[in-house]
Write a protein that binds this ligand. Structure first.
Ligand SMILES: NC(=O)c1ccc[n+]([C@@H]2O[C@H](COP(=O)([O-])OP(=O)(O)OC[C@H]3O[C@@H](n4cnc5c(N)ncnc54)[C@H](O)[C@@H]3O)[C@@H](O)[C@H]2O)c1
Ligand SMILES: O=c1ccn([C@@H]2O[C@H](COP(=O)(O)OP(=O)(O)O[C@H]3O[C@H](CO)[C@@H](O)[C@H](O)[C@H]3O)[C@@H](O)[C@H]2O)c(=O)[nH]1
Length: 447
C-alpha cells in the first residue's frame, strides 16, 4: 500500500487515481479547480466516462480515495506524487508547460520528506529534468531528496478504466533504480509488462506512440480517398492489410479524421519538438495535413449532392470526437458544423451525451434535438459524424421516412452498402462506392 497524491483531476488524474485506489493504495486526488473538487466531494463526476462514477463511489466508501483543493497539504501527506495536469497546445503548436511548471514549484515548496515525483502528463523530452530543477530550486530544505520518474498514460477516453486496469504495458523512465522499482511494484497487481528505461526515452515513447497511431489513421484515410477514385472498398483493404501481423488491424478505420484531446495536440507538439531540434519531420507534418483535410472530404460530398447548400436542412448525428465520451476537444464535428453554418445550412444536431459541451463550442444557430428521429425530421440530408451504438443501430426504415430526401453521408462507415441499397438510400460513406438507389440512378440530381 502506498500513499499517493495525484495532482490534477482531469481525465487522467481522476481515472488513474481511482484505479490506483482500486489496486489497494491510499490516494489523494487534488486540483486547484475548487468547483471540480466540490463536485467530486459530492459524489458527482465532472466528466462522462463509463463506469467511473461507480468506481469512484466504491473507493471513496472504502476510505482509499480522497479529494481536496489543498494541493500543498496533499503533497506533504504522500510519498509518491503523480503530476497529471494538462499540457494543452500553445498557439505555435508546442506543448504549453505552464501547469507542469506551476505544479513543480508547488511540490518544491511542500517537499517535507523524500518523495518520488512521477510525471503522467504527456510532456516534451527534457521535462523530467526541468521538473527536477524547479523542485530543487523551490525546496526549503536542501537536505530533503527526491527522485523524478516518467510514467506516461496510454488510456483512451470512453474505455479509460478498462485501459488502466488491463494496460498493455507500464513505461517507467527514471534515473534512479530505487525509484523505478517502487513505481514498477505499484503496477504489480495489474500483472502487466513493465518497461523500465531512461527518463528521456519514456517521455518520447508517449509522443511516438500517439504519432504512430495518428499516422495509421491518416494513412488509411488517404487510402480511402484513393479507393473512392479507383473503385475499391477501404473496409476490405483495412481488413486484408490488418491480417498481416506486422501491420495489425487496429486503428485502420477510415473516417473524418482523428480528433480528441490528444492526437491533434501531441502530433503538433512532436513536430514542434523536431523543429526545435533541427529535424524537419515531414512525415508527421503530412499526417497532420491529411487529418486537417479529411473533414472537407465529407463536405465535398455534400456539395456534390446539392451544389450550394445554403438553406438546406441538415441532420448531424454525433458530435463527440468518438463514441462513449462527452469530450468535444478537437472533434471533427466542430470544423464540419462551422462550415455548414457559414455556408447558410440549417443544422439539427443530436448526440447522446455531448450536447452540453457542444453548445459552448458550436455556432449559436445550431438546433439541438433530443433524439435521432427529431434530428432527421424534414431534413434534406443526414450526416453521421460519431459512430455511437445508438446511431450505428438506428432504425433505417424510420429515418428514411422522416428525412425529406433519402440522402445519408456517413463519416464513420456505420452501415453495409447492401442494407442502404435495400432501404432506398443514396448513401455516401468513406472510401467505399456510393450507393445510388433505383430511384436516383440519374444522380447527381436537383432535389
Ligand atoms: N485525456 C486523455 O485521454 C489522456 C490520456 C493520456 C494522457 N493524457 C495526458 O495527460 C495530461 C492530463 O490530461 P487531461 O485530459 O486529464 O487534462 P485536463 O485538462 O482535463 O485536466 C487537468 C487538470 O489539472 C488541473 N490543474 C491545472 N493546474 C493545476 C495545479 N497547479 N495544481 C493542481 N491542479 C491543476 C486542472 O484544473 C484540471 O482539472 C495531459 O498531458 C494529456 O496530454 C491525456
Ligand atoms: O481507426 C481509427 C481509430 C481512431 N480514430 C479516431 O482517432 C481519434 C482518437 O481515438 P482514440 O485513440 O480511440 O481515443 P483517445 O481517447 O484520444 O486516445 C488516444 O490518445 C490518448 C491520449 O494521449 C492515448 O492515451 C491513447 O492511447 C490514444 O489512443 C478519434 O477521433 C477516433 O474517431 C479513427 O478515425 N480511426
Amino acid at each position: 500500500m502506498h500513499n499517493i497524491t495525484v495532482i490534477g483531476t482531469g481525465y487522467v488524474g481522476l481515472v488513474s487515481g481511482t484505479c490506483f485506489a482500486e489496486m489497494g493504495n491510499r490516494i489523494i486526488c487534488c486540483d486547484v479547480n475548487k468547483d471540480k473538487i466540490a463536485m467530486l466531494q459530492n459524489g458527482e463526476i465532472p466528466i462522462y466516462e463509463p463506469g467511473l462514477k461507480e468506481l469512484v463511489a466504491k473507493n471513496v466508501a472504502e476510505n482509499r480515495l480522497f479529494f481536496t483543493s489543498e494541493v500543498g497539504e496533499a503533497i506533504e501527506d504522500s510519498d509518491i506524487i503523480y503530476i497529471a495536469v494538462g499540457t494543452p497546445m500553445a498557439e505555435n503548436g508546442e506543448a504549453d508547460m505552464r501547469y507542469v511548471k506551476e505544479v513543480a514549484k508547488t511540490i518544491g515548496k511542500h517537499l517535507n520528506t523524500y518523495k518520488i515525483i512521477v510525471n503522467k502528463s504527456t510532456v516534451p523530452v527534457g521535462t523530467g529534468e526541468l521538473v527536477r530543477t524547479i523542485v530543487a530550486n523551490n525546496r526549503v530544505n536542501e537536505r530533503i531528496h527526491f527522485d523524478i520518474v516518467s510514467n506516461p498514460e496510454f488510456l483512451r477516453e470512453g474505455s479509460a478504466i478498462a485501459d488502466c486496469m488491463n494496460m498493455d504495458r507500464a513505461v517507467i523512465g527514471a534515473t534512479s533504480d530505487k525509484a523505478a522499482k517502487v513505481i514498477a511494484k505499484l503496477h504489480e497487481p495489474l500483472q502487466t509488462k513493465i518497461f523500465i528505461t531512461d527518463l528521456q526515452s519514456a517521455e518520447m515513447i508517449k509522443y511516438a506512440a500517439n504519432a504512430f497511431l495518428a499516422t495509421k489513421i491518416s494513412f488509411i484515410n488517404a487510402i480511402a480517398n484513393l479507393c473512392e477514385r479507383v473503385g475499391a472498398d477501404v473496409t476490405q483493404v483495412s481488413e486484408g492489410m490488418g491480417m498481416d501481423s506486422r501491420i495489425g488491424g487496429k486503428f485502420l478505420q477510415a473516417g473524418i479524421g482523428y480528433g480528441g484531446s490528444c492526437f491533434p495536440k501531441d502530433t503538433f507538439a512532436l513536430a514542434h519538438m523536431a523543429d526545435q531540434a533541427g529535424y524537419d519531420f515531414t512525415l508527421l507534418k503530412s499526417v497532420i495535413a491529411t487529418n486537417e483535410a479529411q473533414p472537407y472530404v465529407m463536405l465535398k460530398k455534400l456539395q456534390d449532392l446539392f451544389g450550394d447548400y445554403a438553406g438546406r436542412r441538415i441532420a448531424v448525428l454525433g458530435l463527440a470526437f468518438k463514441p462513449n465520451t462527452d469530450d468535444m476537444r478537437c472533434a471533427p464535428s466542430l470544423v464540419i458544423i462551422d462550415e455548414l453554418v457559414k455556408k447558410g445550412a440549417v443544422v439539427q444536431a443530436y448526440d447522446p451525451i455531448a450536447i452540453p459541451n457542444a453548445r459552448a463550442l458550436l455556432p449559436a444557430e445550431v438546433t439541438y434535438c433530443d433524439s435521432v428521429e427529431a434530428a432527421v425530421t424534414d431534413c434534406d440530408v443526414c450526416l453521421i459524424l460519431t459512430e455511437w451504438d445508438e446511431i450505428a443501430g438506428m432504425d433505417l426504415a424510420s429515418v428514411r421516412k422522416l428525412l425529406k430526401y433519402p440522402f445519408l453521408i456517413d463519416g464513420r462507415n456505420c452501415f453495409s452498402l447492401q442494407e442502404m441499397y435495400e432501404h432506398g438510400f443514396v448513401y455516401h460513406s468513406v472510401g467505399r462506392p456510393a450507393v445510388l438507389t433505383a430511384r436516383s440512378e440519374s444522380h447527381p440530381v436537383n432535389y
